[in-house]
Structure formats: C-alpha cells, structure tokens
Design a protein around this ligand. Structure first.
Ligand code: GLU
Length: 541
C-alpha cells in the first residue's frame, strides 16, 4: 500500500454540490491512480447549519456517483470505519481543545476577551480598516481559563510571528508564496468553545496523515493559516515533552469537565461520547507515533456559470441530487464533471468511469476556470444512454416508466426493440416517460387537437380502411415496413394523401394529429391495441 492518503471533507449542510462532487472525484481518482486511500471526513463543526439529514443526503449522492471511500462513516450506519477516527469533527472536539489549550499554556495563543464592539472600533482605527492589533498585555493562561470558567467570553487567537514566508508547490498552480503578515492573530477557538474551520482542518489533515490536500481554489487563501497551524503541529510532533503535555489534558478530569460543559452549551445534536474522547486521545497518540506528514496542496480551478460568474443556483441545477432525480446517469455526471478542469489525454469527451480511473493524472488538471454548461452535460448524458446495452438501459428507465406503461407485461424481445428505438432519443432517462406514454392503451384518448382532422369528410374512410388493413395482418406486432406498406394501401384505397392521410392515421394511433414518430412507435404497440384505438377513433366521429 502506498502512503498516499487524500480526503474529501464536506460540510453536511445540504445536498452535494457539483463543485463538491468534482473535489470528491479528483481525490478519489488521485487515490485510485496512486494505490492510495480515499478518506471521507465530515466537517460538521458549524452546528447550526450541519444536519444528520444532510450528511445522509451527501453520502447518498456520493454512493450514487460510485465514489466509494476507504475510511469514514459507513454509508448505511454512519458508524466510523477506519483507523484514523473519529471521522466527524463534532466528535473530535477534545483534540482541538487539548491542542488549543496546549498552545495557550505555551504562549503560542492567547485568550482575547475584547468584545465585538471593541474589536470593531479597533478595526476602524487600523490603517487598512480591518486589522486587529494584538492586546498590549496578554492574559496568562491560568487567569484566562479562570475567567472563561466563570462565564466570560474569550476567543482564542494564535500568535502570528508576522515575519515568515510560507512557500508551497501547488500541484495545480505551481509555486505559491504566502507572507504571514497577510493575516493577523487569527481565532482558532471561538468564545463559545467551537474551533474554526482552519484549525480543525489542519489538525485533522495532520492526524489523519493526509498526504495530498486537493480542493477548490476558494480554499487557497486558507492555506496560509493552515500552514501556520501545521508549523506548530510539527513542533509538537518533534517534542516528546510537548506531546506528554497535550496528552495530560485527557487525564485531567478538570479539563475534560470544562470541555464537556462548554460543548453541552453549544451542541444541540450529537455530542462527543466517552468513546469519542477515548478515540480522540488514541488518534493523537497514533499521530505522535507516526511520521509527520506535511501534505502537498492542489487547488482546483473555480467552476463558473455561462456568464462567467461563480456557479450558483441562479445558473440552474447545482446539486447532484437534482441530476439524479431528473434522469442523469451517474457515469455521465462523472464524465462531465471530470472535464471541469481536467482533460482527457486524447481530448476525448465521452468515456466510462473505468477508463477515467485508469487514465486520470493530476498533471492534466489545469488552473483556468471551468465553465459549467448544462447543455453539454445533457449531451454527455445522451451519449452515455446511447452506449448502454438494451437490458442495462431498460433497468435504468424502469423506475421512470412506473405508472406510464405496464412494465410487467413486456417481454425481452419487446424490451430490446423499445430500447433500440429510443436509446438515441433520450437526453435524460426521464424523457422515457413522454416517449413511452403513447404505448399505454389506457392513456389513449381523442385529443381536442384532433377536432379538425375528425371533421374532414374523408377521415371516416381512412379510419375504416386503416382498421381493415390492421385486421389483415395476423401479427402480434407490426414492423416499421408493415406500417409503411399499410399507409400506402390506405392512401390508395381511400384515395387521400398528405395531411388527409397522415393526420387521421396519427389520430387513430395516438389520439392526436401531432407528436410521436409513428414508424418507431407502431412496432411497439400490439396490433390488437391498434385496432381497438382505431375503433375508438371511428366511434368518435
Ligand atoms: N469543509 C470544507 C468545505 O466543504 C473543506 C475544505 C477543505 O477541503 O479543506 O469546503
């Protein structure tokens, strides 16, 4: 097994967005192409917006796409599977608190008791309008802790050296430099005790031995803060005394009590259990016992709408679930999404997931923004539909045909014929509903639009001749050629042509003078039904 470990770290606040799906896909492909592990980590520390339901929805979307993870919550039970758990940040709280308090105790972070109003006033007075100066005197750890325990609100800020330059070789963007003075002393633990994204993310990536962080460009600016945290974690990793100090927090009933008390106030849903506390401690020990890994970063291009603005709901469907429920094939979505910032070595547009897994290489991921084009996605979907074998396509369209036709009464020959006929006519699986509806005898009715054709003198003769022709054919189903021959016969016998021929025949088959391609449709309707329909049409005169 290689040491490649990547992660997809969604926040469970809604359905999986197509941008999130691309991040998950590229991580999955990178792991598979390198023989590495793909981890699913749930970033649910935004307790107000994260829900269990959204987590289940995202997991469902990932599964539908076939992006199976090697470690993380089990798709069915949500129970952790893997050796680097807990995999949900809400359950890893003790880790963030222990490291945060270790940093406080060692003068690498401080409690900031200034109120929001005070901070706003300071920002206004600053030269750039948003910087917050460090307080002149910092509260020492013991005093700060006492004040927090007494109910005072104090956020924890990391001390910034302001004099370092962090360099990374981004896998997509090349060399990127960040100067530490681009940010101030930033908050790592909020005054309610909740850790901020950058803090948990860097800690978890380190503790989970993540080797490559592949994510969207919008997180590039977070990388600086995460590198600053990584620097502290590396120091901690090197010193056995410091490690001991962090682990001591887990042995301190006072500290555990303090953390539980804090969490009690903010966690409405799942709180970390005793087991989670134990696992969190084990996770730290595991980290101390293994090699320190600074991940390589790769930031994928932005996904824009056709108007070149960041893709949003305003541009149409952005959730994978919406594509699922409107009849897209997961392979088609995967195919299309893979082309958002990556290109096939042979410039191919259509390929299967198995092929993608084999040929994906991070070196072909480019940094120019990708434009999400729903029309192209639809076309990609139609190509995947066309390439399915008849039986597989039938299985895919079956759910859409529930209640549209009697799917139990058809046989294999019919299924093959129907799929062969319609596989090139569907952009989406849901198109099957409209295409197949005319096959249902129960849905046959004379439409208002047929009024004109029914009023022509010649129509009665066309109907009668058509019925007579149908009765001469002793076949369960007609072929397209039979149909053409019969139309010609009616033309001759009834002495009509053009719309006076075609429209009444159409009315006799589908109840209206326009719609469905008859040469395709007629061979899929039993001759017996065609006779019954035509007789109904005749009776309607
Ligand atoms: N939870 C973050 C998000 O959903 C993850 C960012 C990252 O991959 O670091 O955007």
């Amino acid at each position: 097994m290689s040491d490649i470990r990547v992660r997809f770290a969604p926040s469970p606040t809604g359905y999986l967005h197509v941008g999130g799906a691309r991040t998950a896909l590229f991580n999955y492909l990178f792991a598979k192409s390198q023989g590495g592990e793909f981890v699913l980590r749930v970033e649910d520390t935004d307790l107000e917006r994260s829900t269990e339901e959204a987590l289940k929805m995202q997991i469902g979307d990932l599964q539908w796409l076939g992006l199976d993870w090697d470690e993380g919550p089990n798709a069915g039970t949500l129970a952790d599977e893997g050796e680097y758990g807990p995999y949900r940040q809400s359950r890893r709280q003790a880790i963030y608190q222990a490291i945060g308090h270790f940093l406080l105790k060692n003068g690498k972070a401080y409690f900031d008791f200034r109120t929001d109003e005070e901070l706003d006033a300071l920002k206004k007075q600053s030269a750039d309008g948003h910087s917050i100066p460090r307080p002149e005197t910092l509260v020492n750890y013991e005093e700060g802790l006492e004040r927090v325990k007494n109910g005072e609100l104090g956020a924890v800020r990391l001390i910034n050296s302001f004099e370092k330059t962090f360099k990374v070789n981004d896998l997509v963007r090349g060399d990127v430099e960040f100067k530490s003075d681009m940010v101030g002393d930033f908050v790592i633990l909020r005054s309610n005790g909740m850790p901020v994204y950058n803090f948990c993310c860097a800690i978890d990536d380190a503790l989970m031995s993540i080797s490559h962080v592949l994510r969207a460009e919008e997180h590039l600016s977070n990388t600086l803060r995460q590198l600053m945290i990584y620097e502290l974690l590396e120091g901690l990793h090197k010193s056995s005394d410091q490690q001991k100090e962090v682990l001591e927090f887990f042995q301190s009933p006072d500290f555990i009590g303090f953390v539980k008390d804090k969490l009690e106030k903010v966690h409405s849903g799942a709180k970390p259990s005793e087991e989670d506390f134990k696992k969190s401690e084990e996770s730290l020990k595991k980290y101390f016992a293994s090699d320190f890994v600074l991940p390589q970063f790769g930031h994928m291009s932005l996904i824009l709408g056709p108007d070149k603005q960041k893709l949003s709901k305003r541009h149409g469907a952005t959730s994978c679930n919406e594509y699922h429920t409107t009849g897209f094939l997961p392979d088609a979505l995967i195919n299309y999404i893979s082309l958002l910032g990556w290109s096939h070595p042979d410039e191919k547009d259509i390929f299967k997931f198995e092929e993608l897994v084999k040929i994906f290489s991070i070196s072909r991921v480019n940094k120019s923004p990708a434009v999400f084009d729903e029309e192209k996605l639809s076309w990609v979907n139609s190509q995947h539909i066309k390439e399915l074998d008849n039986q597989s396509l039938w299985q895919e369209v079956l759910p859409w045909l529930e209640g549209v036709i009697d799917t139990d009464s058809v046989n294999e020959v019919w299924v093959n014929a129907a799929m062969e006929t319609y596989k090139t006519r569907m952009d989406k699986l849901s198109d099957a509903m409209e295409l197949f509806a005319p096959m249902n005898d129960k849905s046959f009715a004379i439409d208002e639009a047929a009024k004109d054709a029914l009023s022509w003198d010649s129509t009665k003769d066309v109907f009668a001749t058509w019925i007579a022709e149908l009765k001469t054919r002793d076949k369960q189903y007609l072929t397209a050629d039979d149909f053409s021959e019969m139309q010609d016969a009616v033309k001759e016998k009834a002495g009509v042509k053009g719309k006076f021929l075609f429209m009444p025949i159409r009315v006799a088959i589908i109840g209206k003078p326009h719609g469905a391609e008859l040469k395709e449709l007629v061979p899929l309707i039993p001759t017996k039904s065609l006779i019954e329909r035509a007789e109904k049409a005749l009776a309607a005169l």
